[in-house]
Design a protein around this ligand. Structure first.
Ligand code: FBP
Length: 340
C-alpha cells in the first residue's frame, strides 16, 4: 500500500473499473495473471501476432486499390503460384514474430525451410508455425481468407532442435486464426477454452465479442469440396451420401472461413485424403494442428477418420493429412464409416 503523507490524497481504485470493452491485450494479460510465475513471453508473442493480423487485415481491405491482387510469378515449396498478398503477409508475420524476441524457430507455409533465429537478443523459447494467408484461391475475388498459427514451446531451454518442431499436436500451448471477411475476427486459445475478438477498425483494437465459444454437439451443415467426390474413398463417399440427405452444404474453399462457420454454427468440415491427394491437401503443422486444437478447445472434435488429428506426428514440416473437424457427434458419425 502506498506511503500516505498529509499533503497527497490517495484513493483506492477498484481493478474492475472502466469500460467492459475487453481488448485482446487486456484479455491476454488477464490470462497471464492466472498462470503462476508466468514470464509474460506468451503475452508479448500473442501481442506481436495480433499486430500482424491488424496489418494484414488493412492490406487485404486495400488490396484492389494498391495493386496487391494477383500473382508474383513465382511458386512456393508446395508448387502453388504465389500471390502478392501471400508474400506480404508472410513478411509481415516474420517481422512481427522476430521482433517479439520470443521465438527460436518459425515454420511458414511460404518458406521451404525452418527459419532459425540465431541472434540471442531476439531468440526466445517458442516455435510458431503459420499459414500467413489461407484460402489463396479466394484472395482475388474478395471472399473471406485468413491467417492460421500454432505455438509450441521448446522442450528445454538449451539445445533446441528438430524435436521441438516435428512433434505431436498435443504439444501445442496456444493457437489461433484470424478471418479477414465482412468483419475481421481473431479466434484464440491458450488452453483455457476458445475466445473470439472482433477488430473495431475505428479504434484499431480487437475487442472480446465471443468469450468461451462452445461448438454445438451436432450441426446441420456439412462442408467438403464435392468436386473431388470421384476421388473419395468408400467411407467418405458413404458418409457424404448419408449427410447430404439431411444437412445443408456450405463450402467457401478457405479453411479459416469454413472452420469459423463450423465452430459457431456446428456441423462438420472435411478435407480427406483421396486418390488424387493421397495425404490430403491441408498441412499438418500450420493448418491441421492449430484448427484441431481450437475445435477441441470449443468442445468439438478433429479426426483423420481413424484417429484424433492432434495425435498424429508429421515427419516433415510441410507434411499433409486428411482431416475432419467440427461437432463431436458429427465427427463420431464420420468415424463410424471408417470403422465399418
Ligand atoms: P492455402 O490457400 O493456404 O494454400 O490453403 C489451402 C486451402 O485454400 C484451404 O484454405 C482450403 O480449405 C482448401 O485449400 C481449398 O482447397 P480446394 O480448392 O481443393 O477445395
Amino acid at each position: 500500500m502506498a506511503e500516505i503523507d498529509n499533503e497527497t490524497v490517495f484513493e483506492k481504485i477498484n481493478t474492475g473499473v472502466g469500460t467492459d470493452l475487453i481488448t485482446m491485450t487486456r484479455w491476454v494479460l488477464d490470462q497471464q495473471r492466472k498462470v503462476q510465475d508466468a514470464s509474460g513471453d506468451l503475452t508479448i508473442l500473442l501481442t506481436a501476432i495480433q499486430f500482424g493480423c491488424k496489418f494484414v487485415a488493412s492490406k487485404v481491405k486495400q488490396a484492389g486499390l494498391i495493386n496487391l491482387l494477383g500473382l508474383t510469378g513465382s511458386s512456393n515449396v508446395q508448387g502453388e503460384d504465389v500471390k502478392k498478398l501471400d508474400v506480404l503477409a508472410n513478411d509481415i508475420f516474420k517481422n512481427a514474430l522476430v521482433a517479439s524476441g520470443k521465438c527460436c524457430f518459425l515454420v511458414s507455409e511460404e518458406d521451404e525451410r525452418v527459419m532459425v533465429i540465431e541472434d540471442p537478443s531476439f531468440r526466445g523459447k517458442y516455435i510458431v508455425t503459420f499459414d500467413p494467408l489461407d484460402g489463396s484461391s479466394n484472395i482475388d475475388c474478395g471472399v473471406s481468407i485468413g491467417t492460421i498459427f500454432g505455438i509450441f514451446k521448446v522442450h528445454d531451454d538449451h539445445a533446441p532442435g528438430s524435436k521441438d518442431i516435428i512433434r505431436s499436436g498435443r504439444d501445442l500451448v496456444a493457437a489461433g486464426y484470424c478471418m479477414y471477411g465482412s468483419y475481421v475476427e481473431l479466434i484464440v486459445s491458450v488452453g483455457t477454452g476458445l475466445h473470439g475478438f472482433t477488430l473495431d477498425p475505428a479504434i484499431g483494437e480487437f475487442i472480446l465479442t465471443h468469450p468461451s465459444i462452445r461448438i454445438p454437439s451436432r450441426g446441420k451443415i456439412y462442408s467438403i469440396n464435392e468436386g473431388n467426390y470421384k476421388y473419395f474413398d468408400e467411407p467418405t463417399k458413404k458418409y457424404v451420401d448419408s449427410v447430404k440427405t439431411k444437412y445443408s452444404a456450405r463450402y467457401v474453399g478457405s479453411m479459416v472461413a469454413d472452420v469459423h462457420r463450423t465452430v459457431l454454427y456446428g456441423g462438420i468440415f472435411g478435407y480427406p485424403a483421396d486418390s488424387k491427394s493421397k495425404n490430403g491437401k491441408l498441412r499438418i503443422l500450420y493448418e491441421v494442428f492449430p484448427m484441431a486444437y481450437l475445435v477441441e478447445q470449443a468442445g468439438g472434435r478433429a479426426s483423420t477418420g481413424k484417429q484424433d488429428a492432434l495425435d498424429i506426428t508429421p515427419r516433415h514440416i510441410h507434411d499433409r493429412s486428411g482431416v475432419w473437424l467440427g461437432s463431436a457427434d458429427d465427427v463420431a458419425d464420420l468415424e463410424a464409416f471408417y470403422r465399418a
